[in-house]
Ligand binder design. Structure first.
Ligand SMILES: Cc1cc2nc3c(=O)[nH]c(=O)nc-3n(C[C@H](O)[C@H](O)[C@H](O)COP(=O)(O)OP(=O)(O)OC[C@H]3O[C@@H](n4cnc5c(N)ncnc54)[C@H](O)[C@@H]3O)c2cc1C
Length: 426
């Protein structure tokens, strides 16, 4: 293979695919290289919450704009995405939590985003028959949910319809540079020449960038999810109440919880200083494991040949879900929503989330090397953000200036002394 493009995108998750869609719409010749399948990793494995609620203030304007895109996305892509706009609800038990949410609500209001603190009675009207152990909840009515197994696939079809090319089973081994500028990529099937390369490699971005001497701190966290059998529809509000759930149009639920697993690798050690604070705050919810992954991912931190082997061995990260946790989540669902008493787990899966120390993505065009654009590090909440990320990154490339301020998401924050503290709740 010896090809040329205006832009090469590494990774066909929602970030890379949405970027390709908007670039192709703007007339660019785009090639997307995906080592596995379209949306094989996080983008098809997430809960499907599309929320503005609980976001870091820096992300609120992006999510408000994303929300507008989501509302018209089925029409725009001519596809069923199972979009439902029935709000996002998070319950609270203590006055302290209520005060925290009230503060967030006021911040959201300053941006023009309405959210409400619900009394118990108001909450019961949204989710009838619930047995939640809570005092009240925060609710953002304009939030929604969509089906991850459909969204990125639909974006990819629409991008292809506008001329974008998707090469699956095509791992990028190296981003090539000439005289301080990006000149293309070296893939397992040959070279693609391009003056612009977008790194949207999800959990792999940190490893990929390390080959250029760039340090993007990332930590892989494994989240487990289950899909249940159907129950009569109770509520379509995407809800977090100790367990997270959303009921789909067909009555089935996606269920999960906050507790997560971390499979130790060399990166856990190399990146630990940047994550020590987060780990200390969340250690009750994170279980550490030492397993095969630690040995599988040993060499890629040091040699390009070893990284190439990792990328082709792990075509699709498909870790084993934590069944013990999911069984507990199911019994909690039965208790919290008694009308679900007969539902059972139909299937379960897991995904590795790419966490950043401040839980913010990196959306930036670098000076060194020029032509390298980063759209990665979504820290467990990049599904809802996917469409706006694609639009903003395409604006950055095609107009030199995005329509929303991306300063908070600059790559240099990892080295310019910025205090990296998470402000988002999930
Ligand atoms: C369990 C779970 C629950 C979640 N819940 C939510 C939620 O409810 N709401 C929400 O907004 N977000 C949620 N998220 C987060 C969301 O799924 C991610 O933030 C988002 O999908 C990230 O998209 P991405 O395109 O950056 O990465 P990915 O979808 O991981 O895609 C990256 C792609 O790049 C490819 N790739 C990497 N390196 C290379 C290479 N060198 N060459 C070729 N291809 C390469 C990979 O194979 C992969 O397909 C959740 C995630 C998980 C795992």
């Amino acid at each position: 293979m010896d090809k040329a493009a205006d832009v090469v995108v590494i990774g066909a998750g929602i970030a890379g695919t949405a970027t390709a869609y908007y670039l192709a719409k703007g007339g660019a010749k785009v090639i997307v290289c995906e080592k596995g399948e379209i949306a094989g990793e996080q983008s098809s494995r997430n809960w499907g919450f599309v929320r503005q609620q609980g976001r870091d203030p820096a992300e609120i304007p992006l999510m408000m704009e994303a929300n507008k895109i989501w509302r018209g996305l089925e029409r725009e892509l001519n596809a069923d995405l199972e979009w439902i706009s029935a709000g996002n609800m998070v319950t609270f038990d203590t006055d302290e939590e209520a005060a925290g949410w009230e503060q967030w609500r006021q911040t959201a209001q300053d941006f023009g985003l309405p959210a409400q603190l619900l009394s118990r009675a108001e909450l019961d009207a949204i989710t009838p028959g619930n047995a939640f152990d809570c005092k009240g909840a925060i609710f953002t009515e304009t939030d929604g949910q969509a089906e991850p197994t459909k969204v990125t696939a639909a974006l990819a079809r629409a991008a292809e319809g506008r001329g974008a090319e998707f090469l699956t089973h095509c791992a990028v081994f190296e981003i090539e540079t000439t005289g301080g500028a990006v000149s293309g990529v070296d893939t397992e099937h040959g070279t693609i020449r391009a003056p612009v390369v977008v790194c949207a490699g999800g959990a792999w971005s940190g490893r990929m960038l390390r080959t250029l001497g760039l340090k993007l701190p990332q930590m892989w966290i494994k989240g487990s999810v289950a899909r249940t059998t159907a129950a009569p529809v109770i509520s379509h509000a995407a809800t977090w109440t100790g367990v997270a759930f959303r009921q789909r149009r067909d009555g089935t639920f996606n269920i999960a919880t906050r507790s997560a697993d971390h499979d130790l690798t060399l990166d856990s050690v190399l990146n630990f200083p940047a994550f020590a604070g987060s780990f200390a705050r969340n250690k009750r919810d994170i279980k550490l494991h030492l397993n095969r992954l630690a040995f599988d991912l040993l060499g890629g931190s040091f040699s390009k040949a070893a990284l190439a082997k990792e990328l082709t061995t792990h075509r699709i990260l498909d870790p084993e879900p934590n069944h013990k946790v999911l069984n507990h989540v199911l019994s909690e669902l039965h208790r919290l929503l008694p009308d679900t008493a007969t539902v059972e787990i139909e299937r379960s899966w897991a995904g590795y989330i790419d966490m950043a120390p401040d839980m913010l993505p990196t959306l930036d065009a670098l000076d060194q090397p020029s032509g390298l654009v980063l759209a990665t590090g979504f820290s467990g909440h990049g599904f809802g953000m996917g469409p706006i990320v694609g639009r903003l990154i395409s604006e950055l490339i095609q107009n030199g200036k995005p329509s929303l301020d991306l300063k908070a998401f600059r790559f240099s924050r990892f080295s310019d002394g910025t205090k990296l503290t998470p402000h988002s709740v999930v």
